[in-house]
Design a protein around this ligand. Structure first.
Ligand SMILES: NC(=O)c1ccc[n+]([C@@H]2O[C@H](COP(=O)([O-])OP(=O)(O)OC[C@H]3O[C@@H](n4cnc5c(N)ncnc54)[C@H](OP(=O)(O)O)[C@@H]3O)[C@@H](O)[C@H]2O)c1
Length: 284
């Protein structure tokens, strides 16, 4: 049995679909099973990474775990899962980490949270695989509202370039790490095929969606206010802004061959990702 945490989110849901397509037995966790809408055949259990007592039942009979946590509680949540998994006799954990961890100079909150999470998995004595992706292509879905409303997309740090990755490629790598031997003790820095600036992302969206979109650089303070307006806590907004600022560093533009080496297929280009997600931008 494979346990997938974060199964209702962007990466976890794509992973559940891949594992079920491979015929692997999957148990998925969510804090709200009644809202989960997971595929038939998937065993859905209620678990909260912040409630250690909820983890033991979810881990019963599990061989491998996909571990996904987020936010300021991430170190504690990863540690809760890692300890419970070790107690339950789990063989291996595949942790969704962050590309920021692979930059030795990175000291932003997300890098620190994930470094602590990786350490917790190591300390629990479990076999491990760490997936360290760069920014997700799906983050651009946050622009769907402004694209519909005004045709103008605002973002800070216009000169920043990130080798954005398709979360489905990440899920494909995770599925392999959970179903094949030979991934233990490896940390994969996972990227898309090309580093793109926010203006280049918007230009591709305009071309594929067939819309006259405009990109405008906004000051970081305005971008931070917008995050708070969307309900992020000040701590989370600061973490996101630090990530965005890191797009100006050369490391963010690193392109690795890992997706193709591991899956046998080239990493998805941003253009192809947009074509698959036209509907979510209102252009179905
Ligand atoms: N976005 C990026 O550009 C990027 C880049 C690199 C790395 N990452 C990493 O990717 C991860 C986020 O992945 P994602 O975008 O797929 O996540 P997501 O779509 O935001 O989904 C979050 C998932 O976590 C679950 N969750 C939230 N709180 C929980 C708790 N207390 N206990 C158990 N489950 C909980 C949610 O499930 P329920 O609500 O159903 O319980 C949901 O399935 C983070 O670790 C982030 O650092 C993101």
């Amino acid at each position: 049995m494979i346990l997938v945490t974060g199964a209702t989110g962007t990466v976890g849901r794509a992973l559940v679909d891949r594992l079920t397509a491979l015929g692997a037995p999957v148990r998925a966790t969510t804090r709200r099973p009644e809202r989960a809408e997971l595929p038939v055949g998937v065993e859905v259990v209620r678990a909260d990474l912040g409630e250690p007592d909820s983890l033991a039942p979810a881990l019963r009979g599990v061989r491998k775990v996909f571990l996904l946590a987020d936010g300021p509680d991430l170190p504690r949540h990863d540690a809760n899962l890692a300890r419970a998994a070790a107690r339950a006799g789990v063989e291996a954990v595949v942790k969704l980490s962050s590309g920021r961890v692979a930059d030795p100079t990175a000291a932003d909150p997300v890098a620190c949270w994930h470094r602590a999470g990786e350490r917790a998995v190591l300390d629990a004595g479990l076999a491990w695989t760490f997936l360290r992706p760069m920014g997700f292509m799906s983050n651009t879905l946050a622009w769907a509202g402004p694209i519909r409303a005004t045709g103008t997309v605002g973002a800070p740090f216009a000169a920043g370039r990130v080798s954005v990755i398709d979360p489905a490629d990440l899920a494909a790598v995770a599925a392999l790490a959970l179903t094949e031997a030979g991934h233990e003790g490896r940390a994969h820095l996972l990227t898309g095929p090309q580093a793109l600036s926010p203006g280049e992302l918007v230009a591709t969206l305009a071309e594929v969606l067939g819309l006259p979109l405009t990109f405008t650089e906004v000051p970081p303070s305005v971008a931070r206010e917008a995050l708070l307006g969307h309900g992020l806590s000040p701590e989370m907004a600061d973490a996101v802004m630090a990530l965005r600022a890191a797009s100006l560093e050369p490391f963010a533009a690193t392109v690795t061959p890992e997706v193709e080496r591991l899956t046998g297929r080239p990493a998805t280009a941003f253009r192809a990702w947009v074509e698959r997600h036209r509907e979510e931008f209102g252009r179905g």
